[in-house]
Design a protein around this ligand. Sequence first.
Ligand code: MOS
Length: 694
Amino acid sequence: MSQAPQPPGAPVVRREGREKVTGTARYAAEHAPPGCLYGWIVPATVPGGVVTATRTADALAVPGVHTVLTPDNAPRLEDPDDPILSVLQDDRVPHRGWPVALVLAESLEAARAGAAAVRVEYRTTGHDVVLTGDHPGLYTPEQANGGHPAVRERGDAEAAFASAPVRIDATYTLGGLHNHPMEPHASTARWADGHLTVHDSSQGSTTVRDSLARALGIDKDHITVISEHVGGGFGSKGTPRPQVVLASMAARHTGRPVQLSLPRRYMAAVVGHRAPTVQRVRLGADREGVLASVSHEIVTHTSTVAEFVEQAAVPARVMYASPHSRTAHRVTALDVPTPSWMRAPGEASGMYALESAMDELACALGIDPVELRLRNEPAAEPDSGRPFSSRNLAACLNDGARRFGWHERDPGPAARQEGPWLLGTGVASATYPVLVSKSAASAHAAPDGSYRIGVNATDIGTGARTVLAQIAASVLGTPPENVRIDIGNSDLPAGSVAGGSSGTASWGSAVHKAATGLAGRLAGRTGPLPPEGVTVTADTARETGEESPYARHAFGAHFVEVAVDSLTGEVRVRRMLGVFAAGHILNSRTARSQFIGGMVMGLGMALTEGSTMDPVFGDFTENDLASYHVPSCADVPDIQAHWIDEDDPHLNPMGSKGIGEIGIVGTAAAIGNAVRHATGARLRTLPLTPDKLL
Ligand code: MOS
């Protein structure tokens, strides 16, 4: 590592990389305090109803079992801010897998054996778990996820569509998807002298602390939540999950430390999922491909526990110029686990449909799909009329087309063959909003010339420590190695959640402000620092409280080549190339990992991943990694991520946009469009498994 100040964007290596690859980085379940009890949840085995009796005698007779918590003896919770955290409080079973008891034992094995011995009786009330496009329970919610209005209308989309010379009217159907981070959700909780300390696998321990304070009815100063290393989350750890409440209440009840780790097979029921969607897209255009009407209507499900509405129509408010538009969401509450955030909620599913429909329009018109998108570039954000702070979608499309060799393509379907393989290429656009949340940070200068930054950021695998060190070092004019970064502890200055691709912008803005304040204080000084050093703290309440007059989004373009086996229907992706415009890239090494990580997850969405709802059983059937197929190395082809450096002064002091999610946006559409090009077959559902292609 160089000992000189680093230029912005330098590929500084990940600080905790060695700890991670040598196994010395410790995760939430690797902190087992002396005297620790282990928990195992008893999940409801019916998909809806009430518990009529819970018989615990057999479980308590299992050697090593200490306690069985049920709604009869579990501590009362005060005021959980999320109804999914209201566990062991009553006898209702809102969906299969809902926790109905918690067994605590001296070992994990004893807890598991105890859980198997708990006898639960239910009165079932019937269940409704299958989303259909015309489900009778559908209603228009007030808002979709992210606070977006459920419905937006401009002009008269219906009439403009009806009178358009070229029309696409297509319905795309997506099943549920699950995040499945490498590290399952886990919490280790202990109480000492009235203070609760929890190691939790979360994307934001300030949020977990505040939520526990409300649920347990104690002051947040009496809680410390530590999320030092986190093995992925993709949104499923963005809000506190039941295991952290259960572990904390069990530790309080027993007076012993408690560890509760969710088995992989149990995650689908309690950590959220990308909700299924039925999406109708109608595009009306003239014969040159200029859009007159864009309509994107979403049907999705939520649970009876809480309302979560996948905001899949929102990207259509951003993408293409059109005088007439309607974007709308409807939802129905089914007897299913509560959906939640999964990498680019809204954009990932919505852009699959919109970008597939744009390809259908290009095919109908005989216009190149890159060219069709360029013809519909808006001068301002279509929905709001606000100017873009920067929008380089056209540059991404053009640069990507050049790098990929797009224009060598014969546009006709099934034009290229190689033995049994049909070859095709596809393109799709990507977008993701620029989000930023309030954070605080401290910056400390020590007398020995080193610096220390404190901010409750979370590193979910992104390299947050590294980029925050770069930000601080660039302000302080010192090499990044000279800056120590403390993150992952709720006693540090409050940080926002590692979600919404907003982490670096949110924590980085606070770090930048604190470091700037510190640099100012140091500049005014002469002589050595006092022995305690100098510390400056700052927060971004003011900056994040102001609404930007600009529409701020990252953009991108995906180019994909596929081969489809005409005998078996197998789809192989041969090449993926993404070009992104996301402001300044702050660390080219870790940024590339984020982009290609998102692209690989998009490949999974296109080809291998899918959660099937069993209508009789009433739950998702793929609940382990043997049945829920994430791409393995052999599935991942030649993959390239490039970017266009944007100089956008309307973002934050670093000039950065988020990069964690845009890689998954549009990817599945590009693959589907390539499959259409290869075969002539237009599928409007995912994943593109052989049964659908034959
Ligand atoms: Mo991401 S789904 O915002 O953690």
